[in-house]
Write a protein that binds this ligand. Structure first.
Ligand code: UDP
Ligand code: MG
Length: 310
């Protein structure tokens, strides 16, 4: 019996792209020595996306669909697809052909021949994307990689082929606020990276605007780093030290006969001192909260790939 490949495709208002995607993917699936299931997830589309999915499923018994009651976001759509997938290998890809289906053959070959657990993709250029968006994206990756212990690869796409064991590990992370780029990296496993240039959408429009991307970036920071909280504590400490130095200097000047300890100066010094104490206290409290948040997320403590213990 052939092994099974599951392909998960989140779709949000994609009535134009969906039929084009289906034709392209079938063409490429024929080249693989695998059975397949195509899992389309309709993330609360307002157009005809869901009826197209249903039509495709009548035509092709390997097409499955999940229709959301509203728009939950791509992360939720990916999770639903992963949860329902049965494949020995699982692929996540966009419906707009920005994730080229020709790569599937290369991915499968790498998984088999190079014995990796995952073949992931990254864009090496951001051609065709608004300049300001690219600039923010680059800054985001730089900062999150500086701050977080989990590597978030610049330009990494969600498009990847994974072995079952990696999918099961991802599913064991049940956190509600999901940031897949971090989760994929957090679970570990041997990953090979394929690189390619940015490709334009085949039809329809991008579903991400600047606001959505900004919120997504914040999600990434909150899920994978505590650095902003440490920054608050550091700022508090810096203010505290500066205030002490200023007070000390002014007292010395006063002793030397230079009258500078005016009442408003004293008031200012006290205010800055109190602010610094409040900042430090806030930072420490937030750290405790973050630890609670981490516990609530209930992430697995470790993920093992192999053992001979029965
Ligand atoms: N998508 C989704 N839910 C959303 C936004 C997007 O399922 O709320 C899907 C969308 O249909 C597409 C994929 O996620 O298949 C990537 O979206 P898009 O192409 O708009 O993002 P971009 O490539 O511009 O980053
Ligand atoms: Mg796209």
């Amino acid at each position: 019996m052939k092994e099974l490949l599951s392909i998960i495709v989140p779709c949000f208002n994609e009535q134009e792209a969906l039929p084009i995607f289906y034709d392209a993917i079938i063409l490429n699936l024929k080249k693989l020595p695998l059975d397949y299931e195509l899992i389309f997830v309709d993330d609360g589309s307002k157009d005809n996306t869901s009826s197209i999915m249903k039509e495709l499923s009548l035509k092709d018994k390997n097409v499955k669909y999940i229709i959301f009651s509203r728009n939950f976001g791509k992360e939720a759509a990916m999770y639903a697809g992963l949860e329902k997938s049965k494949g020995d290998y699982v692929v996540v890809m966009d419906v707009d052909l920005q994730d080229p289906p020709e790569q599937l053959e290369i991915m499968y070959k790498s998984i088999i021949e190079e014995n990796v657990d995952c073949v992931a993709t990254r864009r090496v250029t951001r051609k065709g994307e608004p300049k300001i968006r690219s600039w923010f994206a680059r800054k985001f990756y730089k900062l999150i990689n500086k701050w977080s212990q989990t590597e978030v690869v610049d330009g990494a796409r969600d498009f990847r082929m994974m072995k079952r064991k990696m999918v099961d590990s991802i599913l064991s992370m049940k956190e509600y606020n999901r940031f897949s780029k971090g989760i994929f990296s957090w679970v570990g496993f041997k990953t090979k990276w394929l690189e390619y240039e940015n490709i334009k959408r085949c039809a329809g429009e991008t579903k991400w605007n600047f606001k959505k991307l900004f919120i997504y970036a914040i999600e990434g920071f909150i899920a994978f780093t505590l650095q902003p909280l440490y920054l608050i504590i550091k700022l508090g400490c810096a203010l505290f030290v500066l205030d002490l130095i200023a007070t000390f200097t002014l007292v010395i000047l006063e002793i030397c006969g230079i009258h500078c300890l005016l009442s408003w100066v004293i008031l200012l010094l006290v205010m800055v001192l109190l602010t610094s104490v409040i900042l430090i206290a806030l930072g420490i409290m937030a750290l405790y909260q973050a630890k609670i948040y981490n516990e609530v997320k209930n992430r697995p403590i470790y993920i093992a790939t192999e053992t001979n213990i029965k």
